[in-house]
Design a binder for this molecule. Structure first.
Ligand code: MF3
Ligand code: CO
Ligand code: CO
Length: 270
């Protein structure tokens, strides 16, 4: 591919983007987030996840965007849909949602060459109190991680903010998957760990674009991959939740590219 090489890359291989690149990311992020807004009305008891993915495929096309996941390392769907103890990379299929299920829907689109990657939790029917707590803690963990984003802080500060909060709530942070740099590519350096130590890891600089996407388990943090080579589940079968935003580092802090246009990022907001 013919990539342009304006801007620079840090010694850790992290691209520093130009001020003008932020608008491309905002546009891609808004499309991805708008699809997650639209899909909420299609999540209900008795619905199957293949149908949700089919609707997402249509929404991506209607937006004039391209799915980043279809064809990615052989993946064939426009979304990952991870129900209950599925941690991430759940493959949409015939299984129907039942009352009390919680699910993450993760969508990545390409708009004018820029990648927008975001995921949220959804619920089917009435969910148990402990599931509600898990979803809330995971959302708050993502936002605490984002609030640690400013030039001069480090990726370890982000991980530490997430890990210390999650563990204070007696839940665990998944180690086997992480956030990632993105921009005109889907997955780029650095690995954005959701655990860590203050002051450790690469230093944040204006112009870095990356995701933060903590996966939080009610039980132990260990995961395993099922025979389909994609689906990651908790080893102890405990419930897992995840939220993901794509963000950019500004001179004074951060901008979130994947904010919900409808103000519906959190499942309890409607
Ligand atoms: N959207 C996921 C992420 O947050 C990646 C999904 S790759 C797929 O990085 F192939 F499983 F879709
Ligand atoms: Co991601
Ligand atoms: Co994602």
């Amino acid at each position: 591919m013919d990539e342009t090489h304006d801007g620079r890359t840090t010694r850790e291989g992290i691209r520093i983007h130009e001020a003008a690149d932020f608008s491309g990311m905002h546009k891609a992020g808004r499309v991805a987030a708008g699809i997650l807004d639209e899909i909420a009305q299609h999540v209900f008891v008795g619905q199957n996840t293949a149908e949700i993915d089919r609707i997402i495929t249509d929404l991506v096309a209607q937006a004039g965007a391209k799915s980043a996941t279809i064809g990615y390392r052989g993946y064939q769907h426009a979304s990952c849909i991870s129900v209950n103890h599925v941690v991430c990379h759940g493959i949409p299929g015939a299984k129907t949602l039942k009352n009390g299920d919680i699910l993450n829907i993760d969508v990545t689109v390409i708009v004018d060459g820029w990648y927008g990657d975001t995921s949220r939790m959804y619920v089917a029917g009435d969910i148990p109190r402990k599931a509600e707590r898990l979803v809330q803690v995971t959302y708050d963990a993502l936002m605490l991680g984002i609030e640690a984003v400013r030039p001069g802080n480090t990726f370890g500060d982000i991980g530490h903010a997430i890990q210390s909060y999650v563990e204070s709530q007696r839940m665990s942070v998944v180690r086997d998957f992480c956030g990632h740099g993105l921009g005109r590519v889907f997955h780029a350096p650095p690995n954005v760990l959701h655990y860590g130590r203050p002051g450790h890891g690469p230093r944040l600089e204006e112009g870095m674009f990356f995701t933060i996407e903590p996966m939080v388990n009610l039980g132990r943090p260990e995961t395993k991959i099922l025979a389909d080579d994609w689906t990651a589940v908790t080893r102890d079968k405990s419930l897992s939740a995840q939220f993901e935003h794509s963000i950019g580092v500004t001179a004074t802090g951060f901008e979130i590219f994947t904010l919900s246009p409808a103000g519906r990022f959190h499942p309890t907001w409607g």
